[in-house]
Design a protein around this ligand. Sequence first.
Ligand code: PXP
Length: 260
Amino acid sequence: MKLGVNIDHIAVLREARRIADPDPMDALSICKRAGADQITIHLREDRRHMQDFDAENIIRLSSLPVNLECAIASDMIDIACRLRPHRVTLVPEKREEVTTEGGLAVTGKQPRLKHAIERLQAEEIEVSLFIDPTTQAVNASKELGVEWVEFHTGKYANIYAMLYSGLEKTPYTIPQLELPRNTLKKLLDKELENLRKLSCDTAELGIKVAAGHGLNYHNVSDIVAIEMIEELNIGQSIVARSVFSGLEQAILDLKALLIR
Ligand code: PXP
């Protein structure tokens, strides 16, 4: 299974001081050496972590394919078309969110989304849609003619955290998931089954399947077991571990968990 390493959080640390260190560019060769298959970056409209110059330099100089995540706003698509990364993953953005909290609204009439996809594909850039794992979103993605979808695994990760990580004892509890253990276990099984079924359905439609958000060293194995998922994009947990073990070791540890 392929691993896209999301290096946004290196820029988060740099932007905390607005100085030059740590430089996400320094991660490129380490990711390559550790066996990453792809570099993933999110150029947010609010530029809270990656800046335009980061995206420009990373796409120009990375020897690994670069997956650029961005919103469907026309000025973001202008940038993507100019930089021409290997792939663009279209994601929803809300200014007030801490991270990308849900999938793109792909159902119903979406002329802006369609236009963004057509512009990117005209530049021969692969397009992926970051979607919630629902049948409606998969069918809408098929109609939109994209090469990839990436399933948002946030719900799975949240249920897993409440069930196994003792998150309920921290300030980061998720109130709507404060449920008895057996209920959480059933919810987790249901979410995994949903991801399994939708991954098969999506692959049958000829769309490649990726997944990401909230995946870590504890919860990743059940996702790896879903055969039709070809790629994971993981950021927070890798960069968090790298603080203690170094980035190369953090990626090596994760790659070991992706072996099928
Ligand atoms: N995939 C997409 C489309 C994302 O937007 C993100 C970041 O929110 C990730 C994967 C990585 O998520 P995480 O940092 O939780 O691993």
